[in-house]
Design a protein around this ligand. Structure first.
Ligand code: ASP
Length: 410
């Protein structure tokens, strides 16, 4: 019954996407209608998701830590999780770069520079040490206000550790966190029900303004990004799930179907969190593990975004006729890995962080103007990879922890 409801929501989203494209084509002579009356609903939808992201991540990660009951266990699981996330993300960018180079993603494109908007960099490139320092908040409130997700995660860790250390006296807060995390998941569920409207309102103005013709010249970019995404899931996740998770990759991918479909249509990792928790539960992952690994992954693990940043960097370099050296490509791997960690799990945030990657190797930010029109289509693929990576990690960590427990028991 629940499954049926989920699937019907997904099909509604697909229909809304197609209707949105149709409406965009029909309104091409009246773009003002799309921008003044349709686009605001897309903004409302995104704002609602952004509103719930901070409390959802805060309470679900805290709750995940409390359910582990032991600070050392958090350390062991956290270490494995973060290592898995970092290694797979670096693989992802490298794969993106390889595919973009092999398929010559930007070749055959004639560039009309006059139509390009200028873009501001999201942030100047911080040094590695600054990035590290910036993970730690200086108070409880600002990270929540500014949705600085890494700092929110640190607060969740502190809160979780504090509650565990307080023992019996911390029980009231633990119950509160448990209850709040459930409430936030339910609120997210309600917002997600509005996805068909949101998706419609987001895609219509894009088509109205750019026309379907934006799609054609960028077809190669889309194709290469999709191929790289598919390869990453089939090679890296399948290998990880089989070797570390001792699970048949087909079982894994089949079990993940509903969450992947939802990520594809909603383009939000955090929005897909409730689905992901359910799918991994069905795959037999312990709730203790998934309630820590998945919300963390939805905020910091973005392999699809990393692939996209790698492919786009090469695309922009090639259409501007810039030759990237090997050292520059290594730089892209490093910055795209960091940028993907800083990308929030909501629609369209990857493109903002792309500015950081381009800047690190001196590529023209104007190139983003070309990509922006089709970003939603790219976002759908990268979000699907993002959440599948989180689930693959959950399966692997679950298995490794189980193995460890068995070893300790015997
Ligand atoms: N939309 C992606 C996500 O939620 C993030 C991105 O834009 O790359 O996972």
């Amino acid at each position: 019954m629940k499954e049926k409801k989920r699937l019907s929501l997904t099909s509604k989203i697909v229909v809304a996407l197609l209707l949105g494209i149709l409406a965009g084509v029909l309104l091409q002579n009246h773009p003002d209608i799309a921008t003044s009356y349709i686009a605001p609903f897309g903004t409302i939808f995104l704002n609602l998701i952004k509103t719930i992201v901070v409390p959802l991540v805060l309470f679900s990660i805290t709750q995940g830590i409390i359910s582990l009951k032991d600070i050392r266990k958090v350390g062991s699981i956290g270490g494995k999780t973060v290592s898995f996330y970092l290694v797979t993300t670096a693989f992802a960018v490298a794969l993106g770069l390889i595919c973009a180079n092999v398929f010559q993603v930007g070749s055959g494109y004639t560039l009309d520079v006059t139509t390009l908007e200028t873009y501001e960099a999201a942030a100047s490139l911080p040094s590695l040490m600054d990035t590290f320092v910036n993970i730690f908040p200086s108070n409880f409130i600002n990270p929540m206000l500014n949705a600085t997700m890494l700092q929110v995660i640190v607060i969740a860790l502190l809160l979780g550790f504090g509650i565990i250390a307080a023992g019996e006296k911390g029980k009231a807060v633990a119950d509160f966190v448990d209850s709040m995390s459930e409430v936030c998941i339910k609120i997210m569920g309600m917002i997600i029900q509005l996805s068909p409207i949101g998706v419609f309102a987001l895609i219509t103005p894009v088509v109205t303004q750019n026309g379907l013709s934006v799609l054609l010249p960028l077809m190669k970019l889309i194709l290469v990004a999709y191929v790289a995404s598919l390869l990453h899931m089939l090679i890296v996740y399948s290998a990880a799930v089989r070797s570390l998770g001792k699970m048949n990759p087909l079982t894994f991918l089949k079990g993940m179907g509903p969450a992947m479909l939802f990520a594809f249509t909603s383009a939000s990792s955090v929005g897909t969190l409730p689905f992901n928790l359910e799918c991994t539960d069905k795959l037999g992952v312990d709730k203790e593990i998934s309630s820590f690994v998945l919300p963390l992954g939805a905020t910091i693990n973005m392999d699809g975004t990393a692939i996209y940043q790698g492919v786009c960097a090469i695309f922009i370099a090639q259409i501007f006729g810039i030759e990237l050296t090997f050292a520059q490509q290594l730089m892209i791997i490093l910055t795209a890995t960091l940028a993907s960690i800083g990308t929030a799990g909501v629609p369209g945030s990857g493109v903002i962080m792309l500015t950081m990657v381009l800047q690190s190797v001196g590529l023209p930010l104007e190139g983003i103007g070309l990509i922006a029109g089709v970003d939603r289509i790219l976002d759908m693929a990268r979000t699907t990879v993002n959440i599948t990576g989180d689930a693959a990690c959950a399966v692997c960590v679950d298995r490794m922890e189980r193995g460890k427990r068995k070893h300790q028991d015997s």
